[in-house]
Design a protein around this ligand. Structure first.
Ligand SMILES: *[C@@H]1O[C@H](CO)[C@@H](O)[C@H](O)[C@H]1NC(C)=O
Length: 246
């Protein structure tokens, strides 16, 4: 009898496992249990925020090529390119709130494909600058968490690999570049928040990310400790940068 029971348990665990993997995401800001509540709020208390996201999504659907990262790296890297990631994250949130908008989700999938296909997310004139990379990374990791259930196996693997590679790259560069040691310069928050987000999102799949996550957390805590001492904003580099750390 005992043998039968344990067989049954093993069978059930095997059977449950894929479903469990599915349920891992989203977890970054909300879980799948919270999504229903978020959709309700998008219609009521938070409607004005939702309308802004919907307007942005409409524009991206109307003219995707204006918003998608160019897949030719020379073109992508020819100008400051953080806008692609910034728009992508907004689109991903919209897709969570309006799952019936298949067209919007298709554009989101095109964002994943384009970011995955680029050899790197740098700007050629500022090749050492990690800030544009950070903007793309924070968007890819956030969108991966939000839209995990909609990603096909192949793209899921490629996106995970890319997020992991870039997160590791920023982790390693944090030991070598000035921003890795500084306290409150704006690149500190931008780059550490990005690879912190990347590491958190991939940790369920890639255990090595725990070390990356812990470094980003430790270094950000130093920054936040200092910024918490003087809270009138004078320690920040301006309102926009201040919004990164408040
Ligand atoms: C990529 O863009 C550059 C610059 O516009 C162009 O010279 C090059 O031919 C393009 N490469 C491809 C494969 O389209």
């Amino acid at each position: 009898m005992l043998i039968h029971v344990s067989f049954l348990v093993i069978f059930m665990l095997n059977w449950i496992e894929p479903a469990h993997e599915q349920a891992v995401h989203p977890f970054l800001y909300f879980s799948s249990q919270d999504v229903h509540r978020l959709r309700e709020k998008a219609k009521t208390t938070h409607r004005d925020i939702f309308v802004r996201l919907r307007t942005a999504a409409r524009r991206m659907k109307a003219e995707p090529s204006r918003f998608l990262p160019p897949t030719n790296w020379s073109v992508f890297a020819s100008r400051w390119n953080e806008d692609h990631g910034n728009n992508f994250a907004a689109l991903a949130m919209y897709c969570v709130l309006n799952p019936t908008d298949v067209q919007a989700r298709n554009v989101a999938m095109q964002f994943f494909n384009a970011f995955v296909s680029l050899p790197n997310w740098r700007v050629s004139a500022l090749i050492r600058d990690d800030v544009p990379v950070a903007h793309s990374l924070v968007a890819m990791a956030t969108a991966y968490d939000f839209l995990f259930e909609h990603l096909k196996e192949d793209l899921r693997i490629k996106a995970l690999g890319k997020i992991s590679d870039v997160t590791k790259e920023l982790y390693e560069r944090s030991f070598k570049l000035a921003w890795g040691k500084q306290y409150i310069q704006n690149h500190v928050a931008t780059n550490y928040v990005a690879f912190f987000t990347g590491a958190i999102v991939i940790e369920p799949h890639i255990k090595e990310a725990k070390v990356w996550k812990e470094r980003a957390n430790f270094m950000l805590r130093r920054t936040m400790f200092l910024l918490d001492q003087i809270v009138d904003g004078s320690m920040e580099e301006g309102v926009a940068y201040g919004s990164y750390t408040t």
